[in-house]
Design a protein around this ligand. Structure first.
Ligand SMILES: *Cc1c(COP(=O)(O)O)cnc(C)c1O
Length: 594
């Protein structure tokens, strides 16, 4: 929309001072720090890495997770066992002298923060503060509150969320930070809104908060939801909330209407207090608006931090042909003009590296010329890890026709997720049953950052089979795309936006049942993937190139953080500017219902 008046309008500038405080229960900060479990943490880390690259004034808060997520072992039958993954914060972080307290049940818990400095490519620093309650003076229980990521029961979780949300705000104040935007990455940090309200009231009773007080808090907060199904939202019982959070706070929350079906709903709390909220892909935005029709919810599609996830060999190729790609990932669109043989050999090197890792971990010698599929992610039942084995005989026939097929699996099930653990056993059992000189299936232990990078870069096709609409976004297919690896996936999450059939990969068609969708998966392998791989290496290389050009240039956090900056943190606003003589044409930002 063009401005039709002659008034001198311009965009509101970024504030001259202050910064964004980003809150996330998990952040994949460094491959050697086990402070994340899966996609949410990797997204948080990639967001911060891009914010550092782009020079966005931002600080982050999370919990220390002294005992980490877990190290996964899988025995010959596919049974998962978990090992505590302790690490030493002092090896990576600096302890801050500040101490803060929060009240939990009837106790006062003291916390400190460890600072990790994330340094961007031009030297800009995004500090990450990891909150830690392992201090003398706290009870044994309280000292363990920041030990386990997603461990324990809902009592433990709610207490952790008090430390993250309310403790984080107090720590930001104790550190003297000047924050003008609070970003809640998922509902785990929603209690920060209560702490902001308490600050706003200067210690006065919460019951006295006026609409203006609520509005003041709301104007500082933005929220990203990541969960497309109601059961996935963080919820706590009324009894628990009264007991752990106390009467005054719980009564205030009840008055705010953020209990649903007798449960404190953290998504609802975050939405109630956010001036801007978004889902993580277009489809997820829609699903979220249907779940919470009373709130406007926008969509900013996820991305990944390109330099983190592009393999060494592809980086070298890009540095040679598109030297500006690190500064601005949009230049990756120029990959459309890469020499095909450069793309082919860069991918071949990434594949060799992956197969070497498989060999050294398992003793299995895989063939670099054979079509290799990858499937690695958290083992949640909705991701249907065993869908490919719906008809094992047909899969074996496909492998025969392809002159060989290799499938590499990896993924952790949450320690308390028995159906997920059973899925790993199923896949391992199928791997044994199907093993032949034409078909090799291998399940690798302990899927984490490094293995994720090797897999997404080194396989030929990245497979994803979530049950619609459970995959809010998914990001591993984006890592593959940045390495020129096409996807074969259900049209859910990001893939609805990323799939151009035969150009960036292939869609598995929607079916009424799991079996129908498995049929479509087989059909796409037989009719599209295998023939191209076997008979048309040049066309295959073109697909790698278009995948990198079209999807690598868009599904990255460089683009995503810019979108957050101008839509969520410091939205575009037209303001009168007496210093500008000529009208400036501008687009009005709008939240459309796509
Ligand atoms: C990227 C990544 C994920 C997220 O992948 P999805 O496609 O969203 O399932 C999870 N775990 C690790 C270790 C990753 O690197």
């Amino acid at each position: 929309m063009h401005s039709t008046t002659n008034k001198p309008f311009t965009y509101e500038a970024f504030p001259a001072s202050g910064q964004v405080a980003y809150f996330s229960m998990e952040i994949a900060i460094n491959p050697a720090m086990p402070t994340y479990s899966g996609g949410l943490g990797v997204l948080a880390g990639d967001t911060l890495r891009s914010a550092a690259d782009l020079g966005v004034p931002l600080v982050a808060f999370t919990l220390l997770h002294r005992k980490g997520y877990f190290k996964q072992h899988i025995d010959a039958e596919g049974t998962q066992t978990e090992e505590v993954q302790s690490w030493n914060p002092a090896d990576f972080c600096t302890e801050e002298p500040a101490r803060i307290t929060v009240s939990v049940e009837d106790r006062t818990v003291t916390a400190r923060a460890w600072r990790y400095d994330l340094v961007g490519r031009a030297g800009h620093i995004v500090p990450i503060y990891l909150l830690d309650t392992d201090l003398e003076g706290n009870s044994g229980w309280d000292r363990g509150l920041t030990d386990h990521l997603y461990g324990g029961d809902t009592n433990y979780r709610l207490q952790q969320e008090i430390v993250l949300g309310m403790g984080g705000i107090r720590m930001a104040n104790a550190l003297g930070l000047h924050v003008n935007v609070y970003h809640m990455n998922e509902g785990h940090a929603a209690l920060l809104t209560l702490a902001l309200l308490e600050s706003q009231l200067g210690g006065g009773p919460l019951g006295a908060a006026t609409d203006t007080d609520l509005e003041v808090v709301r104007n500082k907060c933005v929220f990203t939801t990541h969960t497309p199904v109601p059961a996935g939202h963080d919820r706590f019982s009324t009894e628990q909330t009264f007991r752990i959070l106390g009467n005054e706070r719980t009564s205030r929350l009840q008055k705010l209407g953020v209990f649903k079906d007798g449960l404190l709903n953290m998504t609802l709390l975050a939405l109630r207090f956010s001036r801007y909220a978004n889902g993580v892909a277009m489809q997820h935005g829609k699903v979220s608006r249907e779940m919470f029709p009373e709130f406007p919810i926008d969509a900013i599609t996820n991305g990944v931090h390109a330099p983190t996830w592009v393999s060494e060999s592809v980086q070298q190729m890009l540095d040679q042909h598109i030297p500006a790609w690190r500064r601005d990932n949009l230049f990756l669109r120029n990959a459309i003009d890469l020499p095909l043989n450069a793309m082919i050999s860069a991918h071949a090197r990434a594949k060799e590296e992956l197969l070497a890792e498989v060999g050294s971990r398992t003793g299995l010698v895989l063939n670099p010329r054979v079509l290799t599929l990858g499937f690695a992610r958290r083992v949640a039942t909705y991701k249907r890890a065993s869908l490919m084995f719906t008809d094992p005989e047909r899969l074996a026939r496909i492998a025969d026709a392809a002159g060989g097929l290799q499938i590499i699996y990896a993924g952790k099930a949450h320690p308390q997720d028995e159906p997920g653990k059973q899925l790993i056993r199923d896949v391992v059992a199928q791997a044994h049953a199907l093993a032949s000189n034409k078909l090799q299936v291998v399940y690798l232990e302990n899927y984490a950052w490094d293995l994720g990078a090797l897999l997404t870069a080194g396989v030929d096709v990245w497979v994803n089979t979530p049950r619609r609409p459970y995959e809010a976004s998914g990001t591993s297919g984006m890592k593959a795309a940045l390495n020129g690896v096409p996807s074969l996936s259900i049209l859910d999450g990001w893939w609805i936006e990323g799939c151009i059939e035969g150009v960036t990969g292939w869609a598995i068609d929607d079916g009424a049942t799991d079996a129908d969708e498995a049929l479509s998966l087989y059909h796409k392998l037989e009719s599209a993937v295998v023939p191209l791989y076997l008979q048309a290496p040049e066309k295959w290389a073109q697909i790698m190139r278009t995948t990198l050009a079209f999807n690598g240039s868009y599904f990255n956090t460089n683009r995503m953080v810019k979108q957050y900056t101008r839509n969520a943190y410091y939205p575009l606003k037209l303001v009168e500017n007496p210093n500008v003589e000529e009208p400036v044409y501008a687009e009005e930002q709008q939240m459309s219902d796509r």
